[in-house]
Design a protein around this ligand. Structure first.
Ligand code: ADP
Ligand code: MG
Length: 601
């Protein structure tokens, strides 16, 4: 047999390498921005169109390239940043593998113009799929402008796997922010489809964090710093009372590079122990500087994972530094998460005479008001039949009268057919015994099906607020909420202006209260950042669940007879009454047989 092995041509090898380096438009953004920073630019401009599908361009005022270098930089293993393998342990640049540009050029159309200060004229080169189409001398300012067009034009599989524009844009914003957060000494601008998303002037670390995450961030930050032989720590943690349910603001930077490390994350988390409410995550921006020889950056193609020489000591130092600053800023003693903020006297009311207590319910809202029921009043026998599953009952006889005879005394109600147990369960008698309903889950199920149905209709039962509600978010969060504006409007929200860092809410669904609105949005945002849903269906589903969860009756609420009955009726008119939207059982039944068995024992 003849030999079968052959060396792959360069452009094929480059395409293969691109699979690792360039997963999506955001990866290109990262590589180009890092190159601009390595070229010592003081202003880096990112221009993106269609979430990077048609254009990703980075313009810098860095040191530029010679004519030869401008050609060479697209070759594989072409780098100016290291020369020997030892240099890997003395890195001061972001790049060093010399494969980013070669990879990108293999799967896109490239347009580069670059000029060094010492040269009279600039070089302009066009490349398509690793092939140089043209090269010419031109006039241009010092620095480099590199445009990547039609990404994945020759890799349909990759192109098809791209997510929606919104999702890809979110990834791009993430990469942009990660780079911008660690270089406050560099000015960054970011334009998307012609409008400017970020303009970040040269500033301090703290100002940069605030510029990226919004003005409200400033008061939330507590500085952390520590200086030891193996690491210098600088940065900030977010005060525990501002911790969120999302993992949004958790950033480690090592020697100027954003990294992910669950081990170091754990160090911070453990420093927060006892200070965070259940389900909340600490926020932090921690900048570590370690000796270059004590860290291996070359273990991952995108370099977001690194290996430390002395991870254990690092863990201990970070943990104690964070603990120290939380303690020093007196964070710990003032925390009291169980306190009901509703019990605090508002500043504006401090001096007024307290009036006699009123029950704080929204009197306009009664989920069981028959005039504005959440669900069609007509009972759904399919739902009811679940009740009789496995029970020894005479079903045919019941189905005839099912519309009225679920309850023993349905003819002449209200005889007490329901009562509440421990403010948590509704107990009701049914023909075949007894049913015990978990009130919180039941109401979530009712509202969930109701909200789902609202999303797909055009009616929006909005209730205007007397005073518009203005909520503050980071720019990225405002962009995320903006994407769902239409869906949210279907759900009864009516909005005023969406600004840089605030959104104005003019109306909400009548089942929500003003105080639950921010809970709804916070939960939704944190839900989005956990894993990114891509199709409208699952997203609507999440929204409906979140609304049901926030607006629903909770365990511990006392319900009067009418509400109890309404809840039972509405529940069994649901399509799937036996499970909460989160899959938990909603009710259980007890038959006379079972009761007898228990009593005979
Ligand atoms: P690496 O960054 O790992 O060296 P790249 O493929 O990203 O590999 O870049 C190859 C080389 O091209 C770099 O080492 C650098 O010399 C040059 N280069 C890339 N981008 C720029 C830029 N914006 N300004 C100046 N030189 C650049
Ligand atoms: Mg590079």
């Amino acid at each position: 047999m003849t030999d079968v092995i052959q060396l792959l041509p360069d452009h094929v090898a480059n395409q293969i390498a691109a699979g690792e380096v360039v997963q999506r438009p955001a990866s290109v953004v990262k590589e180009l921005m890092e190159n601009a920073i390595d070229a010592q630019a003081s202003h880096v401009k990112l221009i993106v169109k269609d979430s990077g599908r048609t254009l990703i361009q980075v313009v810098d005022n860095g040191k530029g390239m010679s004519v030869t270098d401008a050609r060479l930089c697209f070759e594989r293993h072409a780098t100016s940043k290291i020369q020997t393998a030892e240099d890997l342990f003395n890195l001061h640049t972001k790049g060093f593998r010399g494969e980013a540009l070669a990879s990108i050029a293999a799967i896109a159309h490239i347009d580069i113009t670059t000029k060094r200060e010492e040269d009279e004229i600039a070089t302009h080169i066009k490349i398509e799929g690793s092939e140089v189409l043209s090269q010419e001398a031109t006039a241009a300012p010092n620095g480099t402008s590199l445009a990547v067009k039609n990404l994945f034009y020759n890799v349909p599989a990759r192109r098809n796997f791209l997510k929606s524009n919104q999702v890809e844009l979110r990834h791009i914003i993430d990469e942009f922010q990660r780079v911008a957060l660690v270089h406050p000494d560099i000015r960054f601008s970011f334009f998307h489809n012609g409008s400017d998303l970020f303009e970040l002037p040269v500033s301090s670390f703290r100002q940069r964090i605030v510029a990226v995450f919004g003005n409200k961030t400033n008061e939330k930050l507590v500085p952390v710093s520590e200086n030891t032989e193996i690491v210098t720590i600088n940065g900030f943690v977010v005060k525990p009372e501002f911790s969120k349910k999302s993992r949004g603001s958790q950033f480690f930077f090592v020697n100027g590079r954003f990294i992910k490390s669950s081990y170091l994350h754990h160090a911070v988390k453990s420093a927060f122990e006892g200070l965070l409410p259940v389900g909340s995550h600490p926020g932090y921006f921690i900048y570590l500087d370690v000796p270059t020889e004590s860290i291996d950056i070359n273990i991952h193609p995108t370099k977001t994972e690194v290996k430390f020489e002395d991870e254990h000591s690092l863990y201990a130092i970070i943990r104690s530094a964070v603990k120290h600053s939380l303690g020093q800023f007196n964070i710990a003693p003032i925390l009291d998460f169980d306190r009901n903020p509703g019990l605090d006297t508002q500043y504006s009311q401090r001096n007024s005479t307290p009036s006699s207590p009123k029950i704080s319910v929204d009197s306009s809202f009664n989920p069981f008001d028959t005039n504005k029921s959440y669900i069609p009043k007509k009972p759904n026998p399919e739902g009811w039949e679940h009740l009789y599953e496995g029970l020894d009952v005479d079903l045919p006889q019941q189905t005839e009268t099912i519309e009225t005879s679920l309850f023993e005394d349905s003819q002449d109600r209200p005889v007490a057919t329901t009562f509440q147990l421990q403010r948590k369960y509704i107990v009701s008698t049914i023909r075949s015994g007894m049913v015990l309903i978990h009130q919180q889950r039941a109401h979530q199920r009712i509202l969930y099906e109701y909200f789902l149905s609202l999303i797909s209709t055009d009616s929006s039962p909005s209730q205007s607020l007397l005073f518009p509600l203005v909520l503050s978010y980071s720019k990225k969060e405002v962009i995320m909420l903006q994407e769902f504006r239409v869906t949210l409007e279907h759900l009864g929200f009516s909005f005023g202006v969406f600004e840089d860092e605030t959104i104005e809410i003019k109306g909400i669904h009548s089942s929500l209260t003003e105080s639950t609105v921010s809970e709804v949005f916070d939960t939704f945002l944190s839900n989005l950042s956990k894993d990114i849903p891509d199709n409208g269906f699952s997203l609507n589903d999440r929204l409906a669940k979140i609304l049901a969860q926030c607006a629903g009756i909770k365990s511990g609420e006392s319900l009067d007879g009418v509400s109890q009955e309404g809840l039972v009726n509405d529940l069994f008119a649901c399509k799937e009454p036996d499970r909460s939207p989160y899959g938990k059982p909603v009710f259980t039944t007890l038959t006379p047989d079972e009761i007898e068995k228990k009593l005979d024992a």
